[in-house]
Design a protein around this ligand. Structure first.
Ligand code: UDP
Ligand code: UDP
Length: 476
């Protein structure tokens, strides 16, 4: 009698926001493609509506292969966390609720081959590792350059001669990570990391950085042609000795499950109709991701820039960080006159859109993005020209990388989008520069081909995932 093949069972735990949920579900769908059983542990309640919609759609797309388990969080008093960002409050809430995971994990009917959790949960999950009984991996949701920064922080803190171990002191003017051609200047470091005192972002990085070596591996939504230097530096022990393997399995592709039904994304059908009527490569798509609101001081100049740039545009504006709180009408904010001028030349919406459907549309030739890593890898996968306007977090580190690889331009003189107001005519000028840049278009086309190869049949993603699955089967 033949021995049945062991079942490979992988559990996933995302943190908060679409920037973390999308790559988690996309990675889970890769494992599903190769026949694995998936358990998805969902922290509840979610912060945004977009997250709950996507989770429902994912589970109903894979009714037999996916088990969904709700992880009911213990609410935290925001005053004890020192943040007014609901997503950061959620990271902290998940971190402090992690002890409640042990009974969930021990009640699973099939033993786990691997547990893959979000980057923002490293130390708390490792603290219950003795109850997980399987290899622990993180799904890293930014660039390999950003992971190198996070990992190297532990080296910098250890070498801090005054032993103050505070980032505002040990970061210096620039960070030269071993194995990297370009240093990371102080001005590109995520701003909360440099603040005096302490905040959740800073505490999380400082606590998690030295613990990365305890993981069994890191899944990275990147690939050789885009970030060969950083992936090599990480894997060759140049950044930090003892780091586990960093698997470049990107760019993660969007799945069918992301076609959330029309009722929830009501504007998509007419946006696509509008795009169908535009010439190839003629439209600029503008979006700052799922959790960055466009500052009130900047919004009118943004509108003026788009009106003046000479291209058609699709502008997705967020007025609130969290979609559940969106109430205001765009016309009330922009004024009737500006709104009607905008509508003569383009489309402006405040709904959550299907970004992949937009980026893959032939009419879209350029993308003005904050530089969130998912947006960047999605645009690279579609060969769209990129202009980055970093607003916070890892976004300058990502922008620098794109510029270095020749696939994007970065309005560096605009600094962080939270700091000054950029005039409309400046914005129009940069958009023209990005849209008409032929060398950018050639490079973007080459990177798209490399991206397709990496995530296609026989590409680096498939090879790595199949190898890991075999390894887990052997160890079962
Ligand atoms: N997104 C989307 N529609 C929107 C806004 C965002 O589909 O209206 C998706 C986008 O495609 C990406 C994610 O949400 O996958 C945002 O992640 P990213 O890393 O780009 O930025 P963040 O929002 O985390 O700052
Ligand atoms: N941030 C914040 N309050 C905090 C900590 C961070 O508003 O207490 C903001 C910060 O300014 C930046 C973002 O959170 O915009 C940093 O998040 P990052 O981009 O690294 O994370 P992700 O988008 O991947 O969740």
């Amino acid at each position: 009698m033949s021995v049945p093949e062991p079942v490979v069972h992988v559990a996933f735990l995302p943190s908060a926001g679409m920037g973390h949920l999308n790559p988690c579900l996309r990675l889970a769908s890769v494992f599903l493609r190769y026949g694995c059983k998936v358990t998805l542990i969902i922290p509840r309640p979610t912060v945004s509506l977009a997250e709950s919609n996507l989770i429902s759609s994912f589970s109903s797309s894979f009714p037999h292969q996916v088990t969904q388990i709700d992880f009911k969080l213990t609410p935290l008093d925001p005053n004890t966390v020192n943040t007014n960002d609901p997503f950061f409050l959620q990271y902290e809430t998940i971190r402090r609720s992690v002890h409640l995971l042990s009974p969930i994990l021990s009640s699973l009917s099939t033993s786990l081959s691997a547990f893959i959790f979000d980057i923002f949960l490293v130390s708390p999950i490792l603290s219950i590792a003795d109850k997980i009984f399987c290899p622990s991996y993180i799904n890293f949701t930014s660039s390999a350059r950003m992971l190198s920064f996070i990992a190297y922080v532990s080296v910098l803190a250890d070498s801090d001669q005054a032993a103050q171990r505070h980032p505002s002191k040990f970061v210096g003017d620039a960070i030269q990570i071993p194995g990297f051609t370009l240093p990371i200047p102080r001005s590109s470091v995520p701003p909360p990391f440099l603040l005096e005192g302490s905040n959740p972002f800073q505490r999380m990085i400082m606590e998690d950085s030295p613990n990365l070596t305890k993981l069994d591996g890191v899944f990275m939504n990147s690939f050789e042609e885009l970030e060969g230097e950083a992936l090599a530096a990480l894997n060759e022990g140049k950044v930090v000795r003892g780091l586990p393997p960093v698997y470049g399995i990107g760019p993660l592709r969007a799945g069918e499950f992301e076609n959330v039904d029309e009722g929830q994304k009501g504007c998509m059908s007419w946006i696509l109709e509008w795009l169908n009527e535009r010439a190839e490569g003629s439209v600029v798509y503008v979006s700052l991701g799922n959790r960055t609101k466009t500052r009130r001081e900047q919004i009118k100049d943004m509108a003026l820039g788009l009106i003046e740039c000479g291209y058609s545009f699709l502008w997705v504006v967020k007025l609130k960080r969290v979609d559940r709180e969106e109430e205001e009408d765009l016309e009330d904010v922009l004024g009737r006159e500006l709104m009607s001028k905008l509508r003569e030349k383009g489309v402006v919406v405040k709904e959550f859109v299907d970004q992949i459907k937009i980026l893959e549309h032939p009419a879209v030739g350029g993308f003005v993005t904050h530089g969130g890593w998912n947006s960047i890898t999605e645009a690279i996968g579609e060969g769209v020209n990129i202009l980055t306007w970093p607003q916070g977090g890892d976004q300058k580190i990502n922008a620098e990388l794109l510029r270095m690889r020749g696939v994007g331009i970065w309005a560096e003189e605009w600094d962080w989008g939270t700091q000054k107001v950029v005039e409309g005519k400046e914005i129009a000028k940069k958009i023209k520069e990005m849209m008409s840049n032929e060398s950018l278009r050639v490079k973007a086309g080459e990177m798209k081909d490399a991206a397709r190869k990496a995530c296609g049949v026989g590409g680096s993603c498939e090879v790595t995932i199949k190898r890991l699955i075999e390894e887990w089967k052997r160890n079962a």
